[in-house]
Design a protein around this ligand. Structure first.
Ligand code: NDP
Length: 284
């Protein structure tokens, strides 16, 4: 039986409406994004983020730096934004050019403003099960599961991909939701044998059809995070034929993508709450 399709676009729209209300109640909220270089995909993501921020009334500042910007210059920019009282949330769009040490830049972010949840303090809090800022994509994945009534307690969850931005935090959130979690990656032997065990399958690889129809268990919930740009527009990591076996599946586009944007806005609101003392930030 073909799967039910999870409508991430509609849910994201509803969440954005709720966020707009919160922004009205909280007053001015500032979000700064820093993009180094002119990577076309990064440019698209930044534009989408700014459009969505403007729609909910968040003041977003779009800082663009030339690709030859030095690490020291970027660190200075980050320090200025850390110190800027009008900025609640701050993100540096990844990937950075090769000559810049990403880890050092991430460590330089004020953790309270780190809306992508990549600073070691925020990542550590997630590992410890006391999440502060967590990346928008994994949070969006969890919200999609929750809103669609997917049982996680005791479920077998398989995450394909172990990046810091998606796979790893998604696996930790699923673990904290009491799923039994397996994480797969490029060295995993017989990937299909592992993914076929999954009640909940989250795929974040960046390669089309890495999961075929036969790799999905009958009735499983499949969350396709992949966004691969080709001649036919954006496609996911999961072969569309998997919808014949899955119970629920996210479309690409229109699944995780819109949720990522919505949850980034939610993260900016959270940062504003931390900064105003409405929420307590550990050690803050
Ligand atoms: P990364 O390239 O950082 O990570 C990819 C992961 O996939 C790695 O852990 C890698 O393993 C693993 N992998 C690669 N090939 C295979 C394979 N053949 N079998 C199993 N695992 C494999 O990507 P991201 O996590 O940043 O992004 C993943 C995808 O999600 C991309 O398509 C990206 O565009 C998309 N994305 C979508 C978002 C959205 O809002 N919808 C947001 C963020 C990302 P190893 O660690 O061993 O190298």
């Amino acid at each position: 039986m073909p799967a039910g399709v999870i409508d991430g676009k509609a849910l994201a729209e509803r969440i954005r409406g709720e966020i707009a209300q919160e922004v009205r109640e909280l007053g001015e909220i500032g979000l700064a994004t820093v993009l180094v270089g002119d990577d076309p995909a990064s440019d698209i993501y930044i534009r989408l983020k700014h459009k969505a921020a403007a729609e909910v009334g968040i003041n977003a500042r779009d800082i663009r730096l030339a690709s030859q910007t030095t690490e020291a210059e970027l660190l200075e920019q980050v320090a200025r934004l850390n110190a800027d009282e009008s900025i609640d949330g701050l993100l540096v769009q990844l990937p950075l050019p090769d000559h810049i040490d990403e880890a050092r830049v991430i460590r330089a972010l004020d953790p309270v403003k780190d809306v992508d949840g990549l600073h070691p303090l925020n990542f550590g809090q997630l590992v410890l099960g006391r999440p502060t800022h967590v990346g928008a994509t994994p949070v969006g994945v969890m919200r999609l599961l929750e809103e669609n009534g997917v049982e996680l307690e005791g479920a077998r969850a398989v995450v394909v991909g172990r990046s810091d931005i998606v796979g790893k935090p998604a696996a930790l959130l699923l673990l904290h939701a009491n799923a039994t979690v397996t994480v797969c990656h490029s060295r995993t032997r017989d990937l299909g044998a592992v993914t076929r065990e999954a009640d909940v399958l989250v795929v974040a690889v960046g390669r089309t059809a890495v999961i075929g129809p036969d790799d999905v268990r009958e009735g499983a919930t499949v969350i396709d995070v992949g966004m691969n740009r080709g001649d036919e527009g954006v496609v996911g990591d999961v072969d569309p034929g998997a919808a014949e076996r899955a119970g629920l599946i996210t479309p690409v586009p229109g699944g995780v993508g819109p949720m990522t944007i919505a949850m980034l806005l939610a993260s900016a609101v959270k940062a504003a709450k931390y900064r105003r003392g409405i929420l307590a930030f550990p050690g803050g």
